[in-house]
Design a protein around this ligand. Structure first.
Ligand code: GLN
Length: 459
């Protein structure tokens, strides 16, 4: 059962080859024996729901089940309702997955519940912030999972763990019940072993939600991809995101995949996203600014941790936030609060918004000439645990190739496209807003040609 893809398992359930309960139990046993620290909670018995079990990133609210967003400040918080996308999927809930605290990070080392280990090499990080979801799917502890991507947190861990991860168009999936990091960027999406599973899961996530005013009806049905060729498809390779700063082994895999794409009928052209090199700078003003506002609600009064003191209300707030937030979260709150303070607002936040607009314009003009933009997903393969914890700027560079799409609100997928030094590499395909069906088709054709084998990580 474990070797079946989610689509195959779902077909087998329909045929009656085994029951939902048997499938759930097979995965539940594996998840309960997890040695990667991928889960923060695992179901302790059978589920009432039917279908292929789902692992859910900790930050999605799930009724009565711990939802802590990787933070100590939400320790033991059990929400009274379930996030819309989790409701929409309607699958048996296998477990909640570990993540960087409030989704801030690229290595899962910022979790209050300890780091997640990469199933390909347990001395290395799985990527982040949705590292638990990625590691669980790659290791076959879950058939599929959901995560969130604010600046790369689905695509980068998918790349580092050798699986498929899709960041949808902003608004395609409801954010209701997602514990917020940066609301103008946060977007839920699927992790899966292959592109077909990613499409199937995504098709169950989309839709407008009256509880999220930024959500939109997906303009067409989400189908299962079937393309085997890329005839007539024009792929743009932005010079800014495919050269300097990318590890040689990652670039080799990237070039090999471009050659495969050409064999499948695609044409490759160089293009330019002139403002993309400024995306990280803009992101690290905008995301912390929104985070500082979103995280103001954790004051010890309404949820989770509370540190009472002798000295009254302000001391209670201060001590709760001091003890409850980890160092990266505090860093972001400080940066964000500073960037939004009067006198600096225009210089930082206003300026970053202008850069964001320029980045979105760059994409729009390139998509007049090409169908998709392709890049490596992450500049490196999975790095050793502890390697970058002391250097936040080096850590932020993990998202160099993924943050521009987040700022532009457009969809992008990462598919595994080979190994470098025995570790998985990811290939990113980006298209205009709501082009997910076409992206999934192109990814499907490439996936067949690449023939990546992820079974090693499931042993
Ligand atoms: N690594 C980026 C950050 O730390 C992106 C995280 C995310 O997408 N949630 O903010």
């Amino acid at each position: 059962m474990i070797e079946l893809s989610a689509k195959q398992a779902s077909d087998a359930l329909e045929r009656g080859d085994f029951s939902s309960r048997e499938l759930f139990e097979a995965y539940r046993e594996r998840a309960a024996a997890d040695e990667l620290n991928a889960f923060t909670w695992v179901a302790d018995g059978p589920s009432d729901a039917e279908g292929v079990p789902l692992a859910v990133k900790d930050l999605f609210c799930t009724e009565g089940v711990p939802s802590q967003s990787g933070s100590k400040i939400l320790e033991g918080y059990r929400p009274p309702y379930t996030a819309t996308v989790v409701e929409n999927i309607g699958a048996p809930l296998l477990g909640k997955t570990n993540q960087d605290e409030f989704a801030m990070g690229s290595s899962n080392e910022n979790s209050a519940y300890g780091p997640v280990l990469n199933p390909w090499d347990r001395g290395r990080v799985p990527g982040g912030s949705s590292g638990g979801s990625a590691a669980a799917v790659a290791a076959g502890l879950a058939p599929w999972a959901i995560g969130t991507d604010t600046g790369g947190s689905i695509r980068q861990p998918a790349a580092l763990c050798g699986i498929v991860g899709l960041k949808p168009t902003y608004g395609a999936c409801s954010r209701y019940g997602m514990i917020a990091f940066a609301s103008s960027l946060d977007q839920a999406g699927p992790f899966a072993r292959d592109v077909t599973d990613a499409a199937l899961l995504f098709s169950r996530m989309v839709g407008r939600d009256p509880c999220d005013s930024t959500s939109l009806e997906f303009p067409e049905p989400v189908g299962l991809p079937d393309a085997e060729h890329l005839d007539g498809i024009r792929l743009g390779v932005p010079s800014e995101l495919s050269g300097e700063g990318i590890e040689p082994g990652v670039l080799d895999a990237f070039r090999e995949t471009l050659a495969l794409a050409e064999k499948l009928g695609a044409s490759i052209e160089e293009c330019s996203l002139p403002h993309a090199p400024h995306a990280l700078s803009a992101y690290y003003v905008l995301a912390p600014a929104e985070a500082s506002s979103n995280l103001a609600r954790y004051d010890g009064v309404r949820y989770g941790l509370r540190r009472d003191g002798e000295d009254g209300l302000i001391a209670m707030y201060t001590q709760t936030r001091h003890d409850g937030f980890g160092p990266e979260v505090k860093r972001r709150i400080l940066i964000g609060t500073y960037a939004l303070s009067s006198g600096y607002y225009e210089a930082y936040y206003g300026r970053a918004q202008q850069v964001r607009t320029k980045i979105a314009d760059d994409f729009r003009s390139v998509f007049e000439r090409v169908d998709f933009i392709v890049t490596p997903t992450a500049p490196t393969v999975a790095f050793p645990l502890g390697d970058k914890v002391g250097d936040p700027l080096a850590m932020y560079l993990n998202d160099y190739c993924t943050v521009p799409m987040s700022l532009a609100g457009i969809p992008a997928i990462s598919i595994p496209n080979g190994l470098s030094e025995g570790l998985p590499v990811g290939f990113q395909i980006t298209g205009p807003a709501f082009s997910e069906n076409r992206i999934l088709d192109a990814a499907h054709a490439l996936e067949r040609a690449i023939g990546f084998d992820g079974s090693e990580a499931r042993r």
